[in-house]
Design a protein around this ligand. Sequence first.
Ligand code: 5GP
Ligand code: MN
Length: 373
Amino acid sequence: MIKNKKLSQKGTKHCHDSLNSKRDLGIGLLFRNFAAILMKTIKEIYRLLTEPKRVVIVMHQKPDADAMGSSLGLYHFLTQFGHTVSVISPTNWAEWLKWMNGAENMLDYEYNPEKANAVMEDAEWLFCLDFNAFHRTRQMAPKLKELKCIKILIDHHQQPASEFFDYGISDTSKSSTSEMVYDLILDTGHHDKLNLPIAECLYAGVITDTGSFRFQSATASVHRMAADLKDQGIDHTKIYENLFDNFLENRLRFTGYVLQSRMEIFYEYNTALISVPWKDLVKYQIKTGDTEGLVNYPLSIQGIKLSALIIDRDEEIKCSFRSKGEFDVNTFARNYFEGGGHFNAAGGRSSDSLDQTIQRFIKAIKENASQLQ
Ligand code: 5GP
Ligand code: MN
């Protein structure tokens, strides 16, 4: 249980992870040690599972396959107990995620805030999946904070803002939130409720967050889970195609263009940077989700340890960071770009211009030169 609201009053003030960074270096470690206790405490709600409730599940803005897959997996699980469950995304989601079972019932907060607010105000349980701090839900954040219902966190990002949650599981060793939902289903003793829609949603989440099972986080347990999901009847080839062979021509041409024209390599710092001005997004008609995965390409170059993608999205500058080996992009994103995430994959933002952000990035890699050797 993370009912330590009094322990961390300071926490209520921060809106971005970076403000929290130095203090969290210690707390993050401590928090991991509490994982077992957290697991134990969430067990307290298991006995309430069979009492129908009004439940809302929320994910982070511009959800990826893990945010959506874990949320919809949990949705299909909870509805079997007679709960009334609504799934809300803070923003719209990529076209190529719309095949997921249940996506058609999801609410887009940006599109219909009145309806989403009404559903949240009426909720008894609020599950927050695949994010660690409310600001990851953009305009929904003030609403989520003020809700008086029971708030439950299920997430695998580092340094969660645990003071806002009543119950929770935060486990940074987990490959994906989808794996955590799978563990939860097993832990409640309801493996019998693991049906095909759940299996498809969770498989989609785990395949994307593990880079198709290639990252270290794809443990033996993850492979056992994949086997179990396969036993539920999933067509893994179809799911892969839905996720990775389901784009329009413009996306591939855009990818080719930016790799050719917008990528800079700083060999001295083993770093690559792709920076994309707003006009490129307009020219190639880039939509939500179309830039996902782009940041990974430069890591295929020999010796590159850090890859960054800085995109001018007009409303803000969005940054993505990926690393190989020992360079900690979670800390890097927190220290320089108001963000965070995982050790080898993190994100952030900037309110400067694109050019200023690029200059700040170059300064930042110079300051981190020794860690990038
Ligand atoms: P992406 O680069 O794909 O947006 O994000 C990479 C990872 O970092 C994802 O797991 C994402 O959820 C996380 N992430 C992205 N932006 C932020 C941020 O501002 N704060 C935190 N804590 N995590 C982020
Ligand atoms: Mn995730």
